[in-house]
Design a protein around this ligand. Structure first.
Ligand code: ADP
Ligand code: ARG
Length: 343
């Protein structure tokens, strides 16, 4: 493998930290699952507009290719090689009374975590047989859930195109054909092994074998952020009794993209801020202060519609789950206050 031909367009953290020295150190290494540097960086090379540009094939990748991953993790999360991740999933410690009880601004709230099974490689290095096995294990375990979490699994294989598109449009299901995932090898054998589980109300959902093997999701209309968190915590604790997830004391929950390490949590609201949207500088100063990210209404890499934005925590590693949600909550309170003040 040759040193990549980076252009001026390659702006990812991978392009920044893959110096010739780091490349020489890592180029011939391989994990037990056969994952290599060239597989890890392919997405960032194929997609020069990547912000991160790198994926892990297994937990071991984070050690084997540490000379690259550590710098990316340090810059994205402000988390050093010596730090240890901390967890706190106690909803009693979250201070989040509904910031919009009259439903004037917040359309919906969603909190998700990523998880991967401890005994399998991550999606970029998984084989078709292993992926199908993960689907079987996870969907049958979900089938054991009771009460408010009870639901049904809908595999993508055999789902009508109309049903799939309506689930995507209504914000319940992942999109098909993401080019970053494609280059990372995460769309291989599509749609086999992929699917979505949900309860009847679609307030508790689990994506199987997208970017991570599980994305555990709690969502509902309005701004009762604490209720959404409580449902998610219940689901995580029930699933943790039945499955072993990939985890390390240093990096927390192991995910295929380094941005999701740690809590693997993204807590978001869809919120209408049409006035603030006309003053992006002010908007961004508030989101930056609270460590928040702005996305469009159809998820990552999408545009906002009708002044509605997806606002979520940016920090996931080295902060607890409660802190991730608190970051989002505190920022949303300030955004609503400012939106009301703008004439
Ligand atoms: P992820 O959160 O899983 O990393 P995306 O940004 O692609 O990935 O979002 C996935 C889906 O979840 C998209 O359809 C997006 O619109 C939807 N979504 C995110 N936040 C909310 C929210 N607060 N309310 C409703 N849907 C949401
Ligand atoms: N690989 C893409 C990039 O570098 C996405 C990174 C973060 N998003 C994610 N879904 N993991 O821009």
């Amino acid at each position: 493998m040759q040193y990549p031909n980076f252009t001026k367009e390659h702006k990812s953290l991978m392009a920044k930290y893959l110096t010739k020295e780091v490349f020489e150190e890592l180029k011939d290494l391989k994990t037990a699952n056969g994952f290599t540097l060239s597989k890890a960086i392919k997405s960032g090379i194929d997609n020069p507009d990547s912000g991160i540009g790198v994926y892990a094939g297994d937990k071991e990748s984070y050690d084997t290719f540490g000379a690259l991953f550590d710098s990316i993790i340090q810059e994205y999360h402000g988390f050093s090689k010596e730090d240890k991740h901390k967890s706190n999933l106690n909803p009693d410690e979250l201070d989040a009374p509904n910031p919009d009880p009259k439903d004037e601004f917040i359309v919906s709230t969603r909190i998700r975590v990523g998880r991967n099974l401890a005994d399998f490689p991550l999606g970029p290095a998984i084989s078709k047989e292993q992926r199908d096995e993960v689907e079987k294990i996870v969907s049958s375990t979900l089938g054991l859930l009771k009460g408010s979490l009870a639901g049904k699994y809908y595999p993508l294989l055999g789902m009508s195109e109309a049903d799939r598109l309506s689930l995507v449009e209504d914000h319940f299901l992942f999109k098909a054909g993401d080019r970053f995932l494609e280059s990372a090898g995460l769309n291989r054998d599509w749609p086999s092994g992929r699917g979505i589980y949900h309860n009847n109300e679609k307030t508790f959902l689990v994506w199987i074998n997208e970017e991570d093997e599980l994305r555990i999701i709690s969502m509902q209309k309005g701004g009762d952020i604490k209720e959404v968190f409580q449902r998610l915590v219940l689901a995580i604790s029930e699933l943790e009794k039945k499955m072993k997830f990939a985890f390390s004391d240093h990096l927390g929950y192991i995910t295929s993209c380094p941005t999701n390490l740690g809590t693997a949590m993204r807590a978001s609201v869809h919120i209408a801020l049409p006035k603030l949207a006309k003053d992006m500088e002010k908007f961004k100063s508030i989101t930056d202060k609270h460590h928040l990210q702005i996305r469009g209404v159809h998820g990552e890499h999408s545009q906002s519609e009708d002044g509605i934005y997806d606002i979520s925590n940016k920090r996931r590693l080295g902060v607890t789950e409660v802190q991730c949600v608190q970051d989002m909550y505190d920022g949303v309170v300030e955004l609503i206050k400012t939106e009301k003040e703008v004439i």
